[in-house]
Design a protein around this ligand. Structure first.
Ligand code: NI
Length: 234
């Protein structure tokens, strides 16, 4: 999937690069707004507390890719403020360690808006605009689902007859670090690659048999978010 999209972006962008090679390519300047869109992947680097007190048990959160959008407003030639948005990410949640055989135990969707203060290293005319940023990530989870595998896991561990499970994930506030590069194709178009490391921690609250029993698991999702896309400077 990622290769296909990268290939599509390459073939779409290449003619533009060739056409504009002789044109001016100016660095961002105060007052510019840069809007970028592209392929964004969230790759969790997850770790968790144990599940239902079972030794060496845990959960992992799988990768997902969506349409990513960023917008930057340049306060000066070097400083910008940025917001990262995306279509909702959907992640499978799988059992790990001593309970790994239960496989996929649930899934969740989330939106991870991230607000960053950015520093662009190039203030003069340059075709390449690298930048770094630091900011705050807010992640809200929704459409949380559990599977029969989770019912089976809870039944196996607790001895209960499990007829239903549900799950809720706490929202997360955390710091996010960012680095990226805008390759100026002409006065308006840029090719962008960017990466974020976000501190996203949540507590999964699992409800068994409509409240007959409860469990919770602390999960550090702490993903790396990659984006490749094209942008336009207004
Ligand atoms: Ni964390």
């Amino acid at each position: 999937m990622s290769h296909l999209i990268a290939k599509t972006i390459t073939s779409a962008v290449l003619p533009v690069v060739l056409l504009s090679a002789s044109g001016l390519a100016l660095a961002h300047k105060a007052g510019d707004t840069i809007v970028r869109a592209g392929y964004a992947q969230v790759s969790p680097d997850a770790s968790s507390s144990t599940v239902l007190g079972v030794a060496d048990s845990g959960v992992d959160v799988k990768n997902n890719a969506q349409l990513g959008l960023t917008g930057t407003y340049m306060l000066t030639d070097n400083f910008g403020i940025e917001v990262l948005a995306a279509t909702p990410f959907q992640h499978d949640i799988v059992a790990t360690g001593s309970i790994a055989s239960f496989g996929k135990i649930g899934s969740t969707k989330h939106l991870p808006p991230t607000f960053s203060a950015q520093y662009y290293f190039t203030g003069s005319d340059s075709k390449i605009n690298p930048y770094v940023g630091i900011g705050v990530n807010y992640t809200t989870f929704f459409s949380n689902k559990t599977t029969q595998n989770l019912n089976d896991a809870v039944a196996a561990v607790t001895g209960l007859t499990v007829t239903s499970t549900s799950m809720k994930l706490d929202d997360s506030f955390g710091v996010a670090f960012e680095a990226g590069v805008d390759f100026n194709l002409d006065n308006n178009w840029v090719l962008n690659v960017s990466v974020w490391k976000a501190d996203i921690d949540t507590t999964a609250k699992i409800n068994v048999n409509n409240g007959a029993a409860n469990a919770q698991v602390d999960v550090n999702i702490d993903p790396i978010v990659y984006m490749i896309g094209v942008g336009y400077t207004f």
